[in-house]
Design a protein around this ligand. Structure first.
Ligand SMILES: Cc1cc2nc3c(=O)[nH]c(=O)nc-3n(C[C@H](O)[C@H](O)[C@H](O)COP(=O)(O)OP(=O)(O)OC[C@H]3O[C@@H](n4cnc5c(N)ncnc54)[C@H](O)[C@@H]3O)c2cc1C
Length: 406
């Protein structure tokens, strides 16, 4: 571990220690709507601070984006500008704390990324130089260095590959469940299927929320409802414009180790988990045609049939095989559709609603990378009534402009 990593880890630990303190939160009732990785992390940190927490989910823990995610923990070049990059860096550092305290397995072997266009490669070199300036352990590797790192990957005639050494990958479902179990052990209640249906009263202080399982009395509501359309306006009185896009995540059957690192190759992302399953994510998405558009209107998380699911997985595996021939013949275990919670400008939405101060919004992409730091900062703001300056860029009352980051 180098000095910079050690310093980051120490900073993370001290912040984690701070959230463990029993504070003004003692006895404060908080309902967290959404048991994805964001809601789970917020619930965990709130429970640690002494709040009385109830987590509700209309379906169940990690059933939406936090299941259909590639689960790459990173603060790579796409995390722009610098304040957002720094938030992601703190996400990584705080995963190391959670990994230890909750025994969550994470593979920290870094990522290898390259493109098939000369222009994009040139840009990647510039971006890696900026990453280095921003404190990332990143560098460009020459073709000669690659076989030792990834003997089973065919890199083709690429001359340089970006190596981001800090990156990791987690099983997001396991991590979500670990956070919820730890929250439960500290007194939190987890209820599902239980849909949030209303907030009362609609003006003034929140005193209760309405759910499909009845009324829950509460002092605060945290909306961690991910890509759910209209949740902001319905429950917080504030419109959060999102451009949520679907992505397909496929899991292979367990296989002896083929990949050591996260591979971000042209057209396909892949990594191999500790359980031997390979995880595949698409870069460009499924073909766009009328049949797909119709099927996607209802925003499904599952495919209509196993046959259609396998066709999509086979399409992705065909791309992956060009880079990892050892994949040939591998069986598919699962295929999911994930809808990215994606505010229009690509940045998280974090803060109390300007219309209902007791309703706090926590909606974001890169939620796997960010969950530990966001959970901690949100718990501070909600339980202690603090305003943390570094979250100022992400407030729900900002003007949202379209920015493509992913
Ligand atoms: C294909 C894909 C790839 C991705 N890759 C990465 C990656 O590599 N790295 C990374 O950091 N991020 C990645 N992301 C983003 C990341 O997965 C998400 O940001 C993160 O999972 C969001 O977590 P969440 O808890 O906010 O949302 P979700 O996991 O979607 O959870 C929201 C929950 O709210 C519940 N809910 C909604 N409405 C209600 C209601 N009215 N009442 C009760 N419950 C309700 C839902 O049932 C759901 O369980 C990816 C996402 C996708 C889709």
């Amino acid at each position: 571990m180098n000095r910079r990593t050690l310093l980051k880890l120490l900073a993370a630990v001290s912040l984690a220690g701070c959230s463990g303190r029993e504070s003004a939160a003692k006895g404060l009732r908080v309902v967290v709507a959404g048991a994805g990785i964001i809601g789970a992390s917020i619930a965990y940190h709130l429970a640690k601070s002494g709040a009385s927490v109830t987590v509700i989910d209309k379906q169940g823990p990690a059933t939406h984006a936090s299941r259909g995610t590639f689960a790459w923990i990173n603060a790579t070049w796409a995390k722009q500008p610098r304040h957002y990059h720094a938030l992601n860096q703190d996400g990584l550092a705080n995963w190391k704390v959670l990994q230890q305290s909750l025994q969550i397995p994470i593979r920290w072997n870094g990522s290898l990324e390259w493109f098939d266009s000369a222009a994009k490669q040139e840009k990647l070199v510039e971006q890696i130089a900026e990453q280095i300036e921003w404190g990332e352990r990143a560098r460009m590797l020459s073709a000669a260095e690659l076989p030792a790192l990834e003997p089973n990957v065919e890199f083709g005639d690429v001359q340089q590959v970006a190596f981001s050494e800090n990156d990791g990958a987690v099983d997001p479902v396991m991590a979500t469940r670990a956070l919820l179990s730890a929250a439960e052990a500290m007194g939190a209640e987890i209820r599902y299927p239980c849909a949030l249906t209303g907030v009362s009263p609609v003006s003034g202080r929140v005193s209760a929320v309405e759910t499909s399982l009845g009324t829950i009395r509460t002092d605060r509501l945290v909306l961690a409802t991910g890509a759910e359309q209209g949740a902001g306006i319905q429950f917080a009185g504030v419109d959060i414009p999102q451009r949520s896009a679907p992505g397909i995540i496929a899991f292979s059957a367990p296989t002896p180790r083929l990949l050591n690192r996260i591979i971000v190759a042209p057209g396909i992302h892949m990594h191999q988990r500790g359980d031997g399953r390979l995880v595949f994510g698409e870069q460009d998405g499924a073909p766009q045609n009328e049949a797909h558009s119709m099927r996607l209107t209802a925003r499904p998380n599952e495919f209509p049939t196993r046959v259609i699911a396998e066709q999509h997985a086979e399409r992705m595996l065909a791309v992956a095989k060009r880079f990892v021939p050892g994949i040939a013949g591998l069986g598919i275990d699962d295929v999911f559709i994930g809808w990215r919670p994606l505010p229009l400008d690509g940045h998280p939405v974090l803060g109390a609603s300007p219309a209902r101060r007791d309703v706090y919004l926590a909606i974001m992409h890169s939620g796997v990378s960010l969950a530990p730091i966001v959970g901690q900062l949100v718990a501070h703001e909600v339980s202690e009534g603090l305003t943390i300056d570094r979250l100022d860029e992400y407030r729900p009352d900002r003007t949202f402009e379209f920015v493509r980051r992913y």
